[in-house]
Design a binder for this molecule. Structure first.
Ligand SMILES: [Zn+2]
Ligand SMILES: [Zn+2]
Length: 308
């Protein structure tokens, strides 16, 4: 991304100043979000030493909707996942309701015979029954294991994703899916970009407002059609509707699909000064998650905080 973004703490401070009611939740999640954002710097040199071979971007596979990491075994990333878990598990289990699972999660992620890489492969493959089986074996509820896997694997995949020079953004028609071109996860948040000026690329010049999706897991961002649903793929007038507060929304809204009733929080950056950290911003949209739940809508990407 060309524009510079706020850090996690700047974003959280900005949200808390406008919405004091969210302060306790933001405060609880801040250490975890900040540590997640800092980890890629530690992990990047480890990726170079790991010998993990990156699959190359293939236009044909992409056009068939296959994410880069689909079918790739993550074994080679094991030392990165453990480093991430050592840092993040203590913060994760400090969250309300998580302390009881600390010992079981530590065994799962860090003991020599732990099943963490099996879990990582299941997560990437979207294998829910695989995760459920591992969770029951580990003695934790499946949603807790899923949340812990997403948390610890996220920074690792972030480093992997950063190795690609965003071919999906240079040629937007090469990736048309509502899920991530790198890891296949659904986005946790979308944004409409600010006005852009680019003398070299006429496609980018204009009034802004192009829609981008932000991957909840690896942080990849890609362009997506504004009138289409990222979940069911339906497109056309009347498919996507907006839900926003009548005043003071600062570009914050929910884009929901009239066909499948899924929604994704979105932020219109043309209505804000600073560009937020998108992972922190997704948490800061919790007030709209509550409105969506009351309306019977389902989050495109369930998070720890939006499953009501
Ligand atoms: Zn991703
Ligand atoms: Zn839909």
């Amino acid at each position: 991304m060309a524009e510079s973004r706020q850090t996690v703490s700047e974003t959280l401070a900005d949200i808390a100043a406008c919405r004091p009611v969210l302060q306790p939740v933001l405060h609880a999640f801040a250490p975890l979000l900040e540590a997640r954002a800092a980890l890629p710097e530690t992990l990047a040199p480890m990726l170079e030493e790991s010998g993990f071979s990156l699959p190359s971007w293939q236009q044909e596979r992409a056009q068939q909707g296959a994410p880069l990491l689909s079918g790739v075994a993550l074994d080679g990333l094991s030392s990165l996942v453990k480093t991430s878990a050592r840092k993040l598990l203590p913060l994760l289990t400090a969250l309300p309701g998580m302390a009881d699972h600390a010992a079981a999660l530590e065994t799962f992620f860090l003991s020599p015979d732990g099943k963490v890489m099996q879990g990582a492969d299941s997560l990437l493959a979207g294998n829910e029954s695989g995760i459920a089986a591992l969770a029951s074996e580990a003695g934790v509820p499946a949603p807790v294991l899923l949340f812990a896997l997403e948390t610890c694997l996220g920074p690792v995949l972030h480093v992997v994703a950063a190795k690609y020079r965003a071919p999906w953004d240079e040629r937007p028609s090469s990736w048309m899916q509502g899920f991530c071109p790198v890891c296949g996860s659904f986005p946790s948040i979308a944004y409409l970009d600010k006005r852009v000026f680019d003398e070299k690329n006429a496609f980018l010049a204009g009034g802004g407002g192009k829609k981008h999706l932000h991957c909840s897991l690896c942080g990849t961002e890609w362009h997506f059609r504004r009138g289409a649903c990222p979940s069911c793929g339906k497109e056309g007038s009347g498919t996507m509707e907006l839900l926003r507060e009548s005043s003071g929304s600062r570009g914050e809204r929910i884009d929901w699909c009239t066909s499948c009733k899924s929604y994704c929080p979105s932020v219109d950056l043309r209505e804000r000064d600073a560009v937020p950290d998108m992972d922190a911003m997704a948490l800061g949209m919790m007030h709209l998650d509550i409105v969506a739940a009351q309306k019977g809508l389902l989050p495109l990407k369930p998070s720890f905080w939006n499953q009501f």
